[in-house]
Design a protein around this ligand. Structure first.
Ligand code: NAD
Length: 416
């Protein structure tokens, strides 16, 4: 089975290149990354032992602007995963017409096993190791799986101390009090919400009547769960790494968020009506809208045939493999692809970057209005191309995104 995300990312380029008749030279170039840095991060642990972690920063393409992409702390992180995530960021920024390129970073670590002090040391040493290839005009990290505003603040501080001046623009997703943007935390969830609302309108169905299942209950899964719950949708199941909870009458999302935000696992939540289910069962349970919002490679050729939803809204990056995608297309399941669906995060990161440069900060109302405008513009464009060419929303999104990148290479030329 094709479970290497970078192989999936390259296969997606081949599919779209064939569909749009892309210049083979450009196709070959797009399947390469511009730059990758692998670093060793030695940390003196609280117990006096030395542990050495491996970290990465990858820039896939900066042809349309500085690199932009999250930083992930997880035991599954490896170079190919980071390369794939950086590649997907290139398409996402291009699809939204943001003047930014694609990048990503990660450290292979289980952050729950570290104390706060150890986590801070890890973040600061990683920042120091990659300091020459990040910066406001070079590559700007942001939060991703298991990283948050506090970690961004440590990166900003370490970078600033090394440069001898405050450089808030080195990261986005910072706390608001040091130059972060309001609405960044909820941005990916808000973006997902705007896109699914628009999709329901196209299909002439009422969003509030849809039954929803969500895999992953962190920043992305938690926010979209909250927004849909408050909109009146029934959320039949949610899961985290510990497993899932299912209730056919709908879960009380506010109480579950309260529980997990205190650091608890979903599997330990007690309610006599709720059934404990595995992540595999969750994905194949009957619902209208399935939202994978955890990690890549969750919907594969092994389970795609068993899915019983009508729409998949990709909150996570790369949750569906290319073979699974084909199966879903044949089954008539509409997949709203990651590079469109979850682009709200990078969109508000871009707003944070713009506000920082202008030293003028917007209110939440303006952030959400601008986010909605940009998300809906991209959605309409993707929907129209998909309808016109009778292709999946993913292929349509890729055609638009890749064309813009190819055009940028054409205009800039190959140096020297
Ligand atoms: P997070 O760390 O806040 O939450 C991740 C959630 O997934 C947690 O609930 C965790 O328990 C769960 N999880 C982890 N491994 C799992 C597994 N094997 N099975 C089931 N659940 C599992 O991370 P996040 O920021 O919400 O990111 C989730 C996904 O969304 C990632 O693919 C990320 O790249 C993508 N994404 C995030 C953002 C953002 O702004 N944070 C933006 C765009 C895309």
């Amino acid at each position: 089975m094709e479970l290497n995300p970078y192989e999936v990312a390259k296969k997606q380029i081949d599919i779209v290149a064939a569909e749009m008749g892309l210049d083979p030279n450009i196709t070959r170039y797009l399947k390469r990354i511009e730059r990758a840095l692998i670093v060793s991060i030695p940390i003196m642990m609280d117990d006096g032992s030395l542990q050495i972690f491996e970290g990465y920063r990858v820039q896939h393409s900066t042809v349309r602007g500085p690199g932009k992409g999250g930083l992930r702390f997880a035991p599954s992180v490896n170079l190919d995963e980071v390369k794939a995530l950086a590649t997907w960021m290139t398409w996402k920024c291009s699809l939204l017409k943001l003047p930014l390129g694609g990048a990503k970073g990660g450290i292979c670590v289980t952050p729950r096993k570290l104390s706060k002090k150890e986590l801070e040391k890890l973040t600061r040493r990683y920042t120091t190791e990659i300091i020459n290839i990040i910066g406001p005009d070079i590559d700007v990290p942001a939060p991703d799986v298991n990283t948050n505003a506090q970690i961004m603040a440590w990166i900003m501080d370490t970078y600033s101390m090394n440069k001898g001046r405050a450089v808030p623009g080195v990261v986005t997703g910072k706390p608001v009090s040091i130059g972060g943007s309001v609405g960044r935390n909820s941005a990916t969830g808000m973006g997902l919400f705007f896109v699914i609302e628009a999709m329901c309108e196209k299909l002439n169905i009422k969003l509030e009547l849809q039954k929803i299942i969500i895999q992953g209950f962190g920043n992305v899964g938690g926010w979209i769960a909250k927004l849909l719950y408050e909109h009146g949708c029934k959320i039949l199941a949610v899961s985290d790494i510990s497993g899932g909870l299912y209730y056919s009458e709908g879960l009380e999302i506010d109480k579950l968020l309260d529980w997990t935000q205190k650091g608890n696992y979903l599997k330990d939540y007690k309610d006599k009506n709720y059934k404990l289910i595995s992540n595999d069962e969750l994905l194949t349970s009957q619902c209208d809208i399935l939202i994978p919002a955890a990690l890549e490679n969750q919907i594969t050729e092994a389970n795609a045939n068993d899915l019983k939803c009508k729409i998949i809204l990709e909150g996570a990056n790369g949750p569906t493999t290319t073979l699974a995608d084909q199966i879903l297309f044949n089954k008539g399941i509409k997949v709203i692809p990651d590079i469109l669906a979850n682009a709200g995060g990078v969109c508000v990161s871009y707003f944070e970057y713009v506000q920082g440069i202008q030293a003028y900060f917007w209110d939440l109302d303006r952030i959400n209005k601008e986010l909605k405008r940009i998300m809906l513009e991209a959605f309409e464009e993707v929907y129209e191309v998909s309808k016109e060419r009778k292709i999946s929303l993913r292929t349509a999104a890729y055609i638009i995104a890749v064309s813009r990148i190819a055009r940028a290479y054409e205009l800039r030329g190959i140096f020297p």
